[in-house]
Write a protein that binds this ligand. Structure first.
Ligand code: ADE
Length: 250
């Protein structure tokens, strides 16, 4: 009998609206994410925004009101593309560098829902009225500017899909990794024991699991403190609050 996750779990549905449908599935067809699509854990629908252009030149954009550089995607065309997909109670996300930065917390929330409708911008941007009228959530994947939202959409979708039940082989690996406890990952080593004169830290070869765990925690704290003082501060604040809670129950 074939085991199919879709027998028991509902498929997570992604609809991507883009001017470059050939860019999909892109990396999402590979590895565990691609396998999960074959297993119907998630499904991808790609919609070409240009199909909703009204004129024979298939124009989707126009010059910005008030002047300025670049072009703006027209609200009627964007809305027609959005309205062509079944809502299914899904949030409509607009990928843009001026969006709210994506976090692992938001990724977990999105993965727990029915799926996503993702609008990929190009040109200077999208008419503000359609963002408001369709209650789009503006999301950025970082403080840098891509040429369009397609790579950003794939990054966000990959982050969501890998959290869906049945996608990661080892149930532990999603919980132990960076950000799940608010700290960055400790350094990893594998054989050979010595490579180019560099040794695997002795403690990792000791077989003392308690000592190994505390070394790994120390490393996580040190790396986070150096690279992400913002995360480290939040981690310390959480630790302080948990201590306080414990005292209350004493
Ligand atoms: N489109 C262009 N740059 C982007 C970014 N950093 N995040 C999301 N969408 C984008």
């Amino acid at each position: 009998m074939s085991e199919n996750v879709s027998d028991t779990v509902k498929t997570w549905n992604a609809s991507v609206l883009t001017l470059f449908p050939d860019a999909f599935p892109g990396i999402l067809s590979q590895s565990i994410i691609g396998a999960a699509q074959k297993n119907r854990i998630w499904a991808l629908e790609t919609v070409d925004i240009r199909n909703f252009a009204a004129n024979k030149h298939r124009n989707v954009d126009d010059t910005p009101a008030g002047g300025g550089p670049g072009m703006v995607i027209k609200p009627d065309i964007a809305a027609a593309a959005i309205d062509s997909v079944a809502p299914m109670g899904r949030p409509i996300i607009y990928m843009t560098p001026r969006g709210t930065p994506l976090t692992q917390k938001r990724v977990r929330e999105l993965a727990a829902g029915p799926g996503l409708i993702v609008f990929c911008g190009r040109f200077e941007g999208l008419d503000q009225r359609v963002i408001e009228a369709r209650q789009m959530e503006e999301v950025s994947i970082g403080d840098f500017v891509l040429a369009g939202g397609e790579i950003a959409a794939q990054a966000m979708l990959e982050a969501c899909v890998r959290l869906l039940p049945g996608v990661l082989g080892d149930a532990c690996s999603a919980e132990q990794e960076s950000f799940e406890d608010g700290l960055l990952e400790y350094p990893l080593y594998t054989r050979p024991r010595e490579w180019e004169g560099r040794n695997i830290p002795e403690v990792l070869l000791s077989g003392d699991h308690k000592k190994i765990a505390s070394w790994q925690t120390e490393q996580k704290e040190e790396i986070t403190k150096a690279r992400r003082p913002d995360l480290y501060k939040a981690y310390l604040d959480r630790a302080k609050n948990t201590k306080g809670d414990n005292h209350e129950h004493d």
